[in-house]
Design a protein around this ligand. Structure first.
Ligand code: 13P
Length: 245
């Protein structure tokens, strides 16, 4: 089992230098029983005070190492800005930027090459769940990265984020999430059985202070990727505290 839970904040296109101040101050009271990751907009990364209390991540990465790619950020640039993690394949990027599984695989390779830990986001839409295709969709998203590059698994974090639960206030139930997380771990074992035991599988989708405890008691839920509630410092702290127990 993964040693410690990881609570990750995805600020999306929100946040400010003022929010950095409040959040980083709050997190100084947290001890080391839980790992915390903040993924702000990349322009804010360098404003975070150097601290041992949390890690930083970007929300996206270019599939290229460098060059004439206007507007893109390479793994090297992200690392230099102070991040050690990067999200890849968030459903909002799959949906609004037409990111394919192949592109996401290339991004994960770039992340690992740059020394960043990629957080691979996967999950089904409401229609796919209703058609009982959840496992098929997830298996395909995982295979696109790890079937050809099983060595990347030991360096990854996985985030299961059912699209229907993102920003809707309707979280997956703890049992629903656990069932899918267990499936993800079984799938990953086909690529690297040792890494599959240790890889952290986060749940994301309407996680808040009220529902996180029940999610964290599930055997295969190793933390959370929190959107909206991560913008409220007191609530985000509560979620981090719940992950310690
Ligand atoms: P919400 O917590 O706002 O549902 O967002 C989840 C998410 O997309 C995190 O990456």
């Amino acid at each position: 089992m993964p040693a410690k839970k990881l609570i990750a904040a995805n600020w999306k296109m929100n946040g400010s230098r003022a929010l950095i101040e409040t959040v980083s101050q709050q997190l100084t009271t947290l001890n080391s029983e839980v790992d915390v990751l903040i993924c702000p907009p990349a322009t804010l990364l360098a404003y975070f005070p150097v601290s041992g209390h949390y890690s930083l991540g970007a929300q996206d990465i270019s599939e290229h190492a460098e060059g004439a790619y206007t507007g893109e950020l390479s793994g090297g640039l992200i690392k230099e800005a102070g991040a050690s993690f990067v999200l890849a394949g968030h459903s909002e990027r799959r949906q609004y930027h037409a990111e394919s599984d192949q592109l996401i695989c290339a991004k994960i390779q770039q992340a690992v090459t740059a020394g960043l830990t990629p957080v691979l986001c996967i999950g089904e839409t409401l229609a796919e769940r209703q058609q009982e295709n959840t496992e098929q969709v997830i298996a395909k998203q995982l295979a696109a990265v790890y079937a050809s590059h099983p060595e990347l698994l030991a360096k990854s974090v996985i985030a299961y984020e059912p699209v229907w639960a993102i920003g809707t206030g309707e979280s997956a139930s703890p049992e629903q999430a656990q069932e899918t997380h267990a499936f993800i771990r079984r799938q990953l074992a086909e690529y690297d059985s040792k890494a599959a035991v240790n890889v952290r599988i986060l749940y994301g989708g309407s996680v808040n202070a009220a529902n996180c405890q029940a999610l964290f008691t599930q055997a295969d839920i190793d933390g959370a990727l929190v959107g909206g509630a991560s913008l409220k410092p007191a609530e985000f702290m509560q979620i981090c505290q719940s992950a310690k127990d």
